[in-house]
Design a binder for this molecule. Structure first.
Ligand SMILES: Nc1ncnc2c1ncn2[C@@H]1O[C@H](COP(=O)(O)OP(=O)(O)OP(=O)(O)O)[C@@H](O)[C@H]1O
Ligand SMILES: [Mg+2]
Length: 248
């Protein structure tokens, strides 16, 4: 019997990506020849020292920022081939974001903010799934509040719920648990992991926290704009051991 490795479907990938900010004396090479694949149904953490290019990588793969060189594909579509409008549409249809500074609409309630992407897409939502997401994120009694009436951590959880309820092809999260107390952080991370395991959600998360990284299936380690290592089935201890090598 011959076995053939099933070609794993790729949700997003970067090919030889480089990103240069500024020019001349002030030039910064934030990404320097990065090739990375994000398989469907996999939870990836991106780690590395401050300034190593983590957020730049995330923003470029998510189509929020444009590479100086190289290519990005989301669901097989090369982003550089798209017009602005097409890129906006692709982001709206296929991508979810959990960013600390990612704006909620101030005039809408938490419930409306969570459901907004589905409303825009004209999709019905699954009320049971909505209830599960907001319940696990502890937002059940905050749904009629506007963002200004919520704490920073609650706003962050609304942004997380918004991404998770829509079940996009891929979710990008930059320090999603960073503003949360440890109990809320554990609940959010646990929920993200369950969304991956039980529903095949694809998640790419930047984090500084070895505990948060241990929820992922793999850790991609960046240093000076390059991928220098990858850990599989990380544990808090294996991540801490790897981070020690930075001497930070
Ligand atoms: N808009 C910009 N203009 C100029 N330089 C930038 C810009 N954005 C990022 N950089 C530089 O690019 C490099 C990578 O930045 P990036 O934000 O990706 O790092 P990071 O790994 O996310 O860091 P942190 O852990 O502190 O969030 C840094 O040297 C940063 O100063
Ligand atoms: Mg960053």
């Amino acid at each position: 019997m011959t076995t053939m490795q099933a070609a794993q479907e790729i949700a997003a990938q970067m090919q030889a990506g480089s990103k240069i900010y500024g020019e001349g004396d002030t030039e910064v090479r934030a990404l320097d020849g990065v090739t990375a694949e994000f398989e469907k149904g996999v939870f990836t953490a991106i780690m590395g020292p401050s300034g190593s290019g983590k957020s730049t990588l995330l923003h470029c793969v998510a189509g929020l920022d444009v590479l100086t060189g190289g290519e990005v594909f989301i669901s097989g579509i090369e982003l550089g081939s798209l017009k602005d409008k097409e890129l906006t549409l692709l982001r709206r249809e296929k991508v979810g974001f959990v960013f600390q500074a990612f704006n909620l609409i101030p005039t809408l309630s938490a419930r409306e903010n969570v459901l907004l992407p589905l409303l825009i897409a004209g999709d019905d939502h699954d009320e049971a799934w909505f209830d599960q997401v907001v319940g696990i994120l502890g937002l059940g009694d905050r749904l009629s509040h506007r963002p200004s009436e919520l704490s920073g951590g609650q706003q962050q959880r609304v942004a997380a719920a918004r991404a998770l309820v829509a079940r996009p092809d891929i979710i990008f999260a930059d320090e999603p648990s960073g503003n949360l107390d440890s109990k809320s952080a554990a609940e959010l991370l646990d929920f993200m992991r369950r969304a991956v395991k039980e529903f095949g959600q694809t998640i790419v998360m930047v984090t500084h926290d070895p505990v948060a990284a241990s929820y992922a299936d793999r850790v991609v380690v960046l240093e000076d704009g390059k991928i220098v290592d990858e850990l599989h089935d990380p544990t808090t201890d294996s991540v801490i051991d790897r981070m020690r090598q930075f001497g930070a």
